[in-house]
Design a protein around this ligand. Structure first.
Ligand code: NAD
Length: 275
């Protein structure tokens, strides 16, 4: 039981398809005691059975990260119920629809600011506000995507937000290192979730990744969950500031694999063709 004796809060479960659920489940299976949050009343009812399933029926709290008072109320609730905590999972992102398709240069300042506030600043604010109740040896984990490093069609504004998020992970890792707290990110391959549905042509992204990653398939929330659990556990006690890819290896590919037909003409491997 790698997480026995550890207590933590998971932000970002919308349903059982959420990456945050995969991470929470893996931590619970290894003995962690959890608290989870929901965005607003619309999600409260949906999350009640999930909280029960994760063994934390009495520890389901509201937290809209755009409201500082809800972050402070969350800290108070965690302090009351747990005393201190060992880990935080930040699995939250949002960008207005206009930022997830079309020309990137058309994005409004308002949309840009909203995406940065919800998807990036919330990690900084959470880290700061939870620090007083975090045990030394604790860990913080967030979720990123390769679109923050290289251009990905339609990822647009979220790509810029993920670049800022990954940089924030490094600056937070140095800053909180003095408190014995580690900060890491998982850069996950594409997975069909509620948030992903907002990205233009997402089903094409899934197909492309499966066709062009070394493992020749997409990944699951269970796989992200297991890697996330490792980054939150003492197994990774000397790992901080890392962007850890859980993407079937897609990020190492410099060029799509090519197949030659009988006439020797090259074409791009596609739809499960052996390469
Ligand atoms: P999801 O829709 O299940 O989770 C996103 C969560 O963000 C939801 O629970 C939602 O309630 C929460 N959220 C949005 N605005 C919020 C706010 N103001 N306050 C609090 N919570 C808020 O989708 P997911 O794919 O599991 O996304 C989780 C994380 O994983 C995101 O950071 C996403 O960018 C990242 N990610 C997703 C993929 C993918 O392909 N699905 C790949 C790489 C990284």
């Amino acid at each position: 039981m790698l997480m026995k004796g550890k207590r933590g809060v998971v932000l970002g479960i919308a349903n059982k398809k959420s990456i945050a659920y995969g991470i929470a489940k893996a931590c619970q299976e290894q003995g962690a005691e959890l608290a989870i949050t929901y965005l607003n009343e619309r999600f409260e009812k949906k999350l009640a059975p999930i909280a029960e399933d994760l063994g934390c029926a009495g520890r389901l709290y509201p937290c809209d990260v755009s409201k500082p008072e809800e972050i402070l109320a969350l800290r108070e609730a965690l302090e009351r119920d747990f005393g201190r905590i060992d880990f935080i999972v930040h699995s939250i992102a949002f960008a207005p629809k206009e930022g997830l398709s079309g020309r990137f240069s058309d994005v409004s300042k308002e949309a840009f600011n909203v995406a940065m506030e919800i998807s990036v600043y919330s990690l900084v604010e959470l880290s700061r506000e939870m620090l007083p109740i975090m045990n030394a040896g604790g860990a913080i984990l967030t979720l990123s995507y390769y679109g923050g490093v290289k251009y990905i069609p339609n990822y647009n504004l979220m790509g810029v937000a993920k670049a800022a998020l990954e940089s924030s992970v490094k600056y937070l890792a140095e800053d909180l290192g003095r408190d014995g707290i580690r900060v890491n990110a998982i850069s996950a391959g594409p997975i069909k979730t509620l948030a992903a549905a907002g990205i233009g042509d997402f089903s094409f992204m899934l197909k492309w990744n499966a066709a062009h990653s070394p493992l020749r398939r997409n990944i699951t929330i269970e796989e992200v969950g297991n890697s996330g659990m490792y980054l939150l556990s003492d197994l990774s006690s000397a790992v901080t500031g890392e962007i850890h890819y859980v993407d079937g290896g897609y990020n190492i590919m410099g060029m799509p694999a090519v197949i030659f037909d009988k006439e020797g003409k090259p074409h791009i491997a596609w739809n499960g063709e052996d390469r």
